[in-house]
Design a protein around this ligand. Structure first.
Ligand code: CDP
Ligand code: MG
Length: 717
């Protein structure tokens, strides 16, 4: 490891070892010297001097210590010991000191930009301060989040702080899962959900305050929201010139608070006519940073070795490991548990927790539980733990330097597609990750990349979509192809106006293709089956597990569900089989059955919740969700075909498929039921791009079907 910190004194006080070398590595499995961490020591920047500079930020929240009043209506006599601890925690958060100053600013400005380091209390406290101040008397307080995990877990935390059940005073809304009521005053919701609400309520009239959180992430939806809010505010808030002219509806003005964890907030301020920027001072202890001396080919392996070095050599404190995605996390968790079981008995225990978007809430929230005595907690997380969520107790951070990012590949002429790519993080992410180690005391961060790699990282700051003209033109392309997709689905007409069918589709919390499929299923009298299939396809993880080492066994197990028409009816067969098992066995039996058939039970469970939601929406738009196709798979495939008309391909003379809407040559994915069967025409759920372009989720469809689609006729003409 290369040590780049320079503060001997702090280090002595902290008792952290200066050198961190592979000679301490009892778990070094590497034979080839790939992990040759050198004991090189260099003196330069510590994390503190590495921290972003605070110049240019206008105001610091008032330094006077303000105490937080007890929460609404809570009788202090009945406050349990736990609630007292929570209120004490609230009072100690850095933001609590500037509470009154902050409320004054928000009260006197339409737009406020609030900057503060992660963990200072922005997301959990600001909505409560606003609620307690009475600023939001006429409506709800919305707090938007780019990630659903953050939205639900923050609502839980704030409900706890208010001593109320989630869904009452404090609620949330994320895709496929909503908990709020007429009592709700603070609502955490994903940026996607609020953009959806905009469709039915263009002025967001239910809200008095919209807090746009994690604005620094500059997700497409957050950016769209920020743009929309500006025009909404113009319509809802009277400007000084409009007074008395009745131009704007002054009875229900809108306040906007933009919150960000990084310092490049000038842009937000400029966008809103130089809105005031307020800075909350965070609590950040020094963090000693070690870079790896050589680049690591296998970051998961390097992370494991580093973890056990910490575990055996370093003082107590929990470890947070940043990894790009779920697969890495689950794989490494297994390896760590396996090794931990082999440690000598006198070594403290290891408790692993995982945190990623696709994991259910109760699993994710385990990371917040207090670490048992004589145990070291090891949390494996994606970049969700970078700024959205703060986990207490972390003293060590291991940073793989990688993250997963959705990217739009505009490669194919018929419209591109999204794919998840693992890529290097930015400097700003690296700094955020490092900072996680210094929330409660001095910490240590092990970066599994060289110092040179760090210096070559992009600085970030700007959103990726705006960083260069190439990306912004890709964005245009994305919009153009989005419009084309909606037109193909019959959701918009030639003048880009929403059609009656489009209006129905918009109510379904689904990808437009599948919303279209559900709407179409009414005419084909197969809604029940379509809901089965679409809810599986909308779950966050795939149903069919692929285990490379057991390819034969997997294929054998899958044969049982195989349907000659393709993957959609194959999914349906699996759902039906699972339903039978559910009726006849207990939890253990179900789990065993899923394991034996290489099926992901979590997907079934998630799909069941999604299906329930879709049934409710069907009821709202007059579709009877109980109508079943019985054995008529032709109807099922054709309903799917309505949604997937844009994802279709015809067989060519040479045996390959060519997109009907583009020129791209595609192959059927080896995991598909139709992998070695040729059909004149196919539809597919998605394209995946590896060394080839593969269609996944494929069904055969009569070629003549396409002639029945009017959009198809127009397009071909
Ligand atoms: O938004 P910001 O990063 O400024 O902070 P926050 O999310 O409001 O978190 C403030 C504090 O609440 C953190 O120090 C967390 O430890 C704590 N918290 C918690 O204990 N459990 C949660 N589910 C969320 C936050
Ligand atoms: Mg936050």
């Amino acid at each position: 490891w290369v040590d780049i910190s320079d503060d001997d004194d702090k280090e002595k006080r902290n008792g952290v070892k200066r050198k961190y070398s592979s000679s301490h590595n009892r778990h070094d499995r590497s034979q080839n010297g790939q992990n040759g961490h050198k004991h090189k020591k260099r003196r330069h920047s510590s994390h503190c001097s590495d921290s972003p500079h605070l110049n240019g930020v206008s105001d610091e929240a008032g330094p006077s210590r303000q105490s937080i009043p007890h929460t609404n209506g809570m009788n202090s006599g009945s406050i349990s010991a736990k609630a007292k601890v929570i209120q004490e925690q609230r009072r100690r958060l850095p933001i609590a000191q500037g509470r009154d100053a902050l409320i004054d600013e928000i009260r006197s400005h339409d737009v406020t930009v609030l900057l503060g380091e992660t963990g200072s209390g922005k997301t959990t406290q600001v909505p409560q301060y606003i609620l307690e101040s009475g600023i939001a008397r006429n409506g709800m307080i919305a707090v938007t989040q780019p990630r659903r995990v953050a939205a639900t877990s923050l609502a839980q935390r704030v409900a706890l702080e208010q001593s109320v059940p989630v869904g009452s005073l404090v609620g949330y809304a994320v895709r496929f899962d909503e908990k709020h009521s007429s009592k709700t005053r603070i609502k955490y919701l994903t940026d996607g959900m609020i953009v959806r609400e905009l469709m039915s309520d263009p002025l967001l009239s239910n809200y008095s305050v919209v807090i746009v959180d994690e604005a620094h992430e500059r997700t497409l939806r957050t950016d769209l929201l920020i743009a929309n809010l500006k025009s909404i505010q113009k319509q809802r808030n009277p400007s000084p010139n409009d007074k008395g002219k009745g131009k704007a509806d002054s009875s229900n003005p809108l306040k906007i608070v933009i919150m960000s964890a990084t310092l490049d907030a000038e842009k937000f301020s400029k966008f809103y006519h130089n809105a005031k920027i307020i800075y909350v001072k965070g609590r950040q202890y020094p963090v000693k940073i070690y870079h790896s001396a050589e680049s690591q080919l296998d970051y998961a392996d390097a992370a494991m070795r580093t973890f056990f070095q910490i575990h055996t050599d370093q003082p107590p404190g929990d470890v947070l490991i940043f990894l790009p995605g779920q697969e890495d996390i689950e794989g490494l968790q297994k390896s760590i548990q396996l090794f931990a079981n082999q440690l000598p008995v006198d070594t403290p225990a290891v408790l692993t927790c995982t945190m990623f978007a696709a994991q259910d809430n109760s699993q994710n929230s385990k990371a917040f539980n207090q670490t048992p005595p004589n145990t070291r907690k090891c949390i494996l997380a994606t970049n969700i733990a970078e700024t959205s969520i703060t986990i207490p107790g972390i003293k060590y951070v291991i940073d793989s330097g990688k993250c997963k990012e959705k990217q739009y590949l505009a490669r194919s002429a018929g419209g591109g597609f999204d794919t998840l790519l693992t890529r290097d993080i930015t400097k700003s992410s690296a700094m955020q990750r490092t900072g996680r180690a210094g929330r409660e005391g001095m910490g240590v961060c092990f970066r599994l990349y060289t110092e040179e790699a760090y210096s070559n990282m992009a600085v970030s700051g700007d959103p990726e979509i705006l960083r260069c003209s190439l990306t912004s033109s890709i964005l245009n392309l994305k919009f153009a192809s989005a419009l084309k997709t909606l037109w193909l689905l019959g959701a918009i007409d030639n003048n880009q106006q929403l059609t009656p069918a489009g209006r129905k589709m918009a109510l379904f919390p689904l990808e437009p293709q599948y919303a279209c499929t559900v709407v179409a299923s009414k005419a084909f009298a197969c809604t029940s089956e379509i809901l089965d299939i679409v809810s599986i396809l909308s779950a966050s993880s795939k149903l069919f597990l692929d285990i490379t080492e057991q390819r034969e066994a997997v294929a054998e197990a899958r044969r049982k569900f195989r349907h000659p028409s393709g993957d959609h009816c194959t999914i349906l067969n699996a759902v039906k089989a699972y339903r039978e098992i559910t009726a006849s066995s207990n939890k253990h039996g179900r789990r065993e059955w899923c394991r034996k058939h290489f099926l992901n039970e979590r997907t079934f469970l998630e799909a069941r919740d999604i299906r329930e939601q879709l049934v409710v929406t069907c009821g709202r738009v007059g579709i009877d969700a109980t109508v079943s196709a019985k054995e008529n798979e032709d109807a099922i495939v054709k309903s799917m075909g309505h949604g997937l008309a844009g994802n279709s391909a015809f067989l060519q003379a040479d045996g390959t498929y060519k997109q009907t809407m583009g020129q791209t040559i595609i192959k059927v994915h080896p995991g598909s039921t139709l992998c070695d069967k040729k059909h004149p025409a196919i539809i597919y759920d998605e394209l995946v791009y590896t060394n080839q372009i593969y269609a996944r989720g494929v069904s055969a469809i009569p070629k003549g079907f396409f002639l029945s689609l009017s959009a198809f006729k127009q397009r071909k003409a």
